[in-house]
Design a protein around this ligand. Sequence first.
Ligand code: HEM
Length: 520
Amino acid sequence: MGGDPIQVPFYFLIYLLSLLIVVLLLIQIAKIILFYHHRKPVASTAQTPPGSLGFPFIGETIQFLSANNSTKGFYDFVLSRRLRHGKCFKTNIFGDTHVFLSGSTECAKAVLGSDFVNFNKRYLRSIAQLIGEHSLLLSATQEQHRFLRSSLGTNLGSTSFISSFIKQFDESIINTLADWAQRDTNVIVFEEALKITFKAMCKMIFSLDDADGELVDMLCKEVGIVCEAMLAFPLKLPGTRFYNGLKARKRFMDEIKKIIKERRTKTATKETQHCYQDLLQSLIPGSLSDDASNHTQVMNMSAAQIQDNILTMIIAGQVTTASAMTWMVKYLDENQDLQDVLRDQQIKLAPPGSSPLTLENLNEMSLASKVVKETLRMVSIVPWLPRVALKDTHIEGFIIKKGWMVNIDAKSIHLDSAVYNDATRFNPSRFDVSRVVQFAFWYNSPPLLNSLWTPGFKQLFYHVKQEHHLLMPYSFLAFGTGGRTCLGMNLAKSMMIVFLHRLITTYRWEVIDSDPNLEK
Ligand code: HEM
């Protein structure tokens, strides 16, 4: 067959070539899309928080301990590092990596809101040895924590228990203040407050009173030594503070065992069961909960659990409440106008010489309870809340590794001007309930607000916005939050109000040494 070869026009070749290029391009794009779609997760680029882990083994323990021994207190350790590294930083204390998270209610929510899931409570190992492995504070599992908390809380949460506690505490405060007034010497408020709260705890836990003065003094001394050892270097050598603390724990436990043994014998004979309305009685097997509305057999705690948790209660409740009372006296001294208003109100509610205070009286004392709350906010007796990370977690853009301690800096939240207006001013009225209602109204009515958005209303809105914390979760952490909320919260608040009421309605005082440097 002859003839001319088929002529392919040049432009057709160009066309084919372009088509090929487009197809190749499409294939490449598809590959890229598929690659990104099915790619394996790449390792996170998140960094660990900034901060120094100090020297090998000891980390920054020495700096931590020396801050604790200075007048500025151990919070200064956190503050100075926060200024250097920012709101989230890491350090190493007693061999553990600690991360501190400051000034964020969101972080507080992320950590405290996931107790037993991503985090769990954890104290320094030395503290665990001093308070005992069966302590509620150290419960490893949620089940164990629930069991101990409900066993201990059956009485502490009951109205009848708190009512009878208030009556006894009121009597004791009246006598103590009368004793202060008769003295020729000055009163060192914190020292005296420690005695007041220790006596109150002994009465509440095992009905020890003035007749048992010697035993109470001895127990108080031992607990003091245990507390001192809690933040000491954990060296178990004779003569060290830590060693002395462990010895004091043993002596304390020996006495507690005797008290428990005696009570068990009395309970077994059923002779005196209803004479005791204290915490110990509710923990002894075979006894009944004292709450008339809840006559249920309580779950049995082991002897070791009872002992460790009695010590836990005293340690958790004595110094904390005594410090809070002391700071309250200081703040009232610095705010004389408020003191006068409060005195007038308290006298109207329960004049001096009237019958013992009741729970109902206390519930009516709204300004006094705001003074208590504001004191707790300003001071943050428990400045940070410690947890341990149960798994690798991301917070604030940083990676927190499993096993690291994470501390929520409650004090920084309490003093955050974005959360509390004029945060460093002592202003109990910031907790006015009427303001909460007012704020809730404006906050929930944006269309109405928009239509009324005049300068005057802007001013009003700005004012109520300052009360934002009243509705903001995780902004008041003085007693912790969630399932780990302070078990003695109501007792502590009652003690503070009774003390405040009797002091302010019966006496006038002058602060001789207010020690402005004191930050502990
Ligand atoms: C003004 C006084 C007090 C303050 C500021 C205070 C503060 C706190 C805080 C912040 C927590 C939570 C810690 C955390 O989540 O890591 C806590 C827990 C606890 N508090 Fe208090 N407390 C006070 C008085 C008391 C009293 C009087 C008692 C005992 C009668 C007590 C017993 C406890 C116990 C047993 C826990 C552990 C609760 C748990 O882990 O489930 N506290 N306290």
